[in-house]
Design a protein around this ligand. Structure first.
Ligand code: PAF
Length: 277
């Protein structure tokens, strides 16, 4: 596996690859969810490029960028063992040199859910992902369903800006008790970690209701809220039952639907979702 940092060096390694290239963008501190993206990219593409970049522009003023977990050696060993061809890990100065002033804004899709709670977050995500696409020029790019709004924003950006690539959204990888894998899970105390299974339980309860025939979106939201409120350590920020593509809140569930939520356990904020239909 080659490891690069500078953009010209990264581009020339990428250009040496013959055949299709799959890109797996990450912020590092890899877990099984990231590895499943790499494995899928390996199966589908001739070459795989992974990136590790803790992107400062997607962190809000109240979100501690300096405390984001990092372990470059462990991450690069894991990526190498999976047969990644190139690991690109730029610095913030490389991505945002002095004088930087160009941003990508996906509009309506970023107004609600995570976008409402984390102003500016998706502007940072869309901008950095566009830059990663421009440097690597992948045929396919892999993202996790766990960050459902991020996936929707990137699909929209790719369509709107005519990026010549396919966005592949892969299923959420879960712990045995249902907790979605996330780099942020390391922040949970033992008690919070046990309580955090309530996200999966709440989503499952709403899905059961849907499968029993309920199509009133408010009833599904109430079901999720009911389960969340049974867990004293869980502080709900939002629950949503929205159209899968537009992310608009629904009255009646018809077609592909996203059930999603954000919940605090102490200072740790977790998100999770299920897709219905
Ligand atoms: O999902 C992430 O880890 C990040 O938001 C991404 C897509 C790598 C952009 O920084």
């Amino acid at each position: 596996m080659q490891i690069s940092s500078l953009i010209p060096e990264t581009k020339s390694i990428r250009l040496s690859f013959k055949g299709t290239v799959g890109l797996v963008p990450t912020m590092g501190y890899l877990h099984e969810g990231h590895l499943s993206l790499v494995q899928k990219a390996k199966r589908e593409c001739d070459h795989v490029v992974a990136t590790i970049f803790v992107n400062p522009t997607q962190f809000g003023a109240n979100e501690d960028l300096s405390k984001y977990p990092r372990d470059f050696k462990r991450d690069s060993d894991l990526l190498e063992s999976l047969g990644v061809d190139l690991l690109w890990s730029p610095t913030a100065e490389i991505m945002y040199p002095p004088g930087y002033q160009t941003w990508v804004e996906v509009e309506a899709l970023t107004k609600g859910l995570e976008g409402a709670m984390r102003p500016g977050h998706f502007r940072g995500v869309a901008t950095v992902v566009a830059k990663l696409f421009n440097v690597i020029q992948p045929d396919k790019a892999y993202f996790g369903q766990k960050d459902a709004q991020q996936a929707a924003v990137i699909r929209r950006m790719v369509k709107d800006l005519n990026f010549p690539l396919e966005v592949i959204v892969c299923p959420t990888v879960r712990e045995a008790d249902g907790l979605a894998m996330s780099s942020r899970n390391v922040y949970l105390s033992a008690e919070e970690r046990a309580a955090a299974t309530v996200l999966y339980r709440a989503l499952s309860a709403a899905k059961d209701l849907y499968e029993a025939g309920e199509r009133n979106a408010e009833k599904l939201r109430e079901r999720m809220k009911g389960v969340l409120s049974s867990e004293p350590l869980a502080q709900m920020q939002y629950v949503s039952c929205a159209d899968y593509d537009s992310l608009e809140e629904l009255d009646v569930v018809i077609g592909k639907t996203l059930l999603s939520m954000a919940v605090f356990f102490g200072k740790t904020r977790l998100i999770d979702n299920f897709v219905l239909g």
